[in-house]
Design a protein around this ligand. Structure first.
Ligand code: UDP
Ligand code: MG
Length: 315
């Protein structure tokens, strides 16, 4: 296959991005016009309450390679990516933010590595411009913790900005996990994976759509779907407190101690530990419950820009 015959699909999740979406499209179309390959842009409007979808549709009149999938409400970034991937037709799929934080030029490096025979090329951030110190520290801590406690190798400092060969994409299309953690699922799929490094830019416009609440949820989804470590903690702490209790019993039989104060301390500690363990089990249980309902992962209200022979519905 020559470069000219290749189709690259770019998936862009969009949530309330009216301030920057037009300049994102302009920048991407300009980038695409200088590349030898064909491109399609698949925007997934994740229930935006602003004019994002209208603005994308306006651009469809000018650019025939823009496709839009509209959710019936906000289902979240990871599900928007999941849906976008299912609608792709390309030989390779790139996932990137709709705010130009992931520079389009990096896609050229990704395609080079793909041509070298790699099936997944993920973007590794060497710096993060315009993000708060808090976000940088928590993100760094999260990626490193995840690396130590998960059973699959999830690379540190990588988000969802990546290129995937169609054979990886076909595997992702088969996976049907509620609350997906897409970057973990890509690692899980396997094949030949490598990275390219890049400097993460500031947003072109608007503010982050990832408040702390959503960041914590994403972190929890990442941990509970790829690690049983939190469940093991309960075993370790439980064993430790049993040994401690027996030790205390022996010493209190041999000596006289202020038992009342100690009892209060012990009750608080033990109730805390027990509730924490129950809560942890609960989060895993909830995932099972969620999966067992077998609801669709998301609901698509509308699609536009797809040609009839293309996928305008998930395979
Ligand atoms: N996004 C989404 N649904 C959401 C939150 C975010 O589709 O519920 C999109 C958002 O428009 C952006 C991408 O996901 O294109 C990443 O979000 P954001 O840039 O706010 O995250 P950050 O880069 O600050 O981590
Ligand atoms: Mg962003």
């Amino acid at each position: 296959m020559t470069n000219k015959d290749e189709l690259i699909s770019i998936v862009l999740p969009v949530f309330n991005e009216e301030d920057g979406i037009t300049s994102t499209i302009d920048t991407l179309e300009k980038f695409i016009s200088n590349q030898p390959q064909n491109f399609e842009l698949i925007f997934v409007d994740d229930g935006s309450k602003d004019k994002s979808a209208d603005l994308i549709q306006q651009q469809q009149a000018q650019y025939s390679n823009i496709k839009l999938v509209q959710f019936s409400r906000n289902f979240g970034h990871q599900l928007a990516i999941t849906a976008g991937i299912r609608y792709t037709n390309g030989d390779a799929v790139v996932v990137m933010d709709a705010d130009l934080q992931d520079p389009p030029e990096v896609i050229v490096d990704m395609i080079k590595k793909w041509h070298d025979g790699y099936d997944v090329v993920y973007g590794k951030r060497i710096s993060r411009d315009g993000e708060s110190l808090f976000k940088k520290i928590t993100a760094a801590a999260f990626y490193r913790t995840l690396k130590h406690i998960t059973s699959v190798h999830i690379p540190v400092d990588t988000g969802d900005f990546r290129l995937m060969d169609v054979k990886v994409v076909n595997q992702l299309k088969r996976m049907n996990e509620p609350d997906p953690f897409v970057r973990g699922m890509v690692s899980w799929v396997g094949f030949k994976q490598t990275d390219v490094t890049y400097e993460r830019q500031e947003r072109v416009a608007g503010t982050t759509k990832y408040p702390l609440r959503k960041m914590i949820r994403l972190a929890m989804d990442g941990i509970t779907s790829f690690s049983s470590f939190p469940l093991q903690i309960a075993n370790w702490v439980g064993s430790f407190s049993i040994i401690f209790g027996i030790g205390y019993l022996i010493t209190s039989l041999l000596t006289t101690m202020n038992t009342i104060r100690f009892a209060v301390f012990a009750v608080f500690l033990m109730v805390g530990i027990t509730l924490l363990a129950v809560g942890t089990i609960g989060s895993y249980l909830y995932r099972i419950f969620d999966a067992s309902r077998r609801r669709p992962l998301y609901i698509v209200a509308n699609t536009s820009g797809f040609r009839s022979q293309e996928t305008d519905h998930p395979k």
